[in-house]
Design a protein around this ligand. Sequence first.
Ligand code: NAD
Length: 302
Amino acid sequence: MSISEGAEMSKIAWIGLGHMGIPMSKNMVDAGHTVLGVDIAEPAREAARRNGVTVVPTVAEAVRDVDAVFTMLQNGKVVTEVVTGPDGAFAHMPAGAVVVDCSTTGIDTARALATEARQHGVGFVDAPVSGGVEGAADGSLTLMLGGDIEHVAIAEPLLKSVGAYIVHVGASGDGQAMKVVNNAMMAVGMAAACEVSVLARRLNLDPQVYFNVVTQSSGDSWVFRNWFPLPGVVDTSPSSHQYEPGFMIDLIHKDLYLANATAAEFGLRLETAAAAQKMFAGASAKGLGQKDCTGLVLGLDG
Ligand code: NAD
């Protein structure tokens, strides 16, 4: 919802002010909403304050009289900690308000939290995103929504401040299901781009010419184009900024774990996703877990 559209302004809580939460909450402020923010890390809180977010110490204080609570946290365990229990969002937010979880948590977490939300008389929408920190910064994210229509109807107008393509996929967990399949392909593509780029380097192919040719050829992909893993070619790629995230290796590894574990529930084995998970686990074991996922090349080429 933007001011120019004359939409009603809302009061929202934003829990998790990290690589994605910072630009997304800024877009909420810029759209005219009142945003109360919470994070356990002071640098994150400071960055949010500079963007006009009112930082408060606890989740309970942040959610007390809001229309919606947005969460953008690492994984399902952290989201569950933040929204459930006596100090969690469900216990303190007004009846009828909605938690919109933009984190990647997996299908089971989303379904469990939607059930628990109902018991508290509040709503829960799983709304994982795609588009990276670049999409978060320019408000062009894709959002995949799972939940009851009355809760999605509250979430969707607010999400227009952070996303350009917003789809109600289906019932609770279905947004996460869509995210699982998207990110399995993204992560396999990232692993392939990294290992082949190591080969391109060994072949002494000029990185710029290699990028130009592949983006005009059948090897092109979203990750290759936007997150080119060799430095100095794509200015906006984390590879050109000492591999600072962006999207951390530990998070892409989590997404591959979710994809492979979900497939296993259906008796399926995703061979390429299993190989990619092993590659990112190897990078994590080498101490690269907090680097951007393009930093997989660092672990492969040395
Ligand atoms: P991040 O680690 O940068 O941000 C998470 C933030 O949550 C941190 O600032 C951390 O201090 C805070 N936090 C942790 N525990 C908390 C708690 N108990 N209470 C309050 N704050 C707490 O991660 P990110 O890159 O912003 O990713 C967030 C989610 O979005 C993940 O699920 C990720 O898989 C998904 N995602 C990330 C990207 C990306 O490009 N970074 C893209 C799409 C989806």
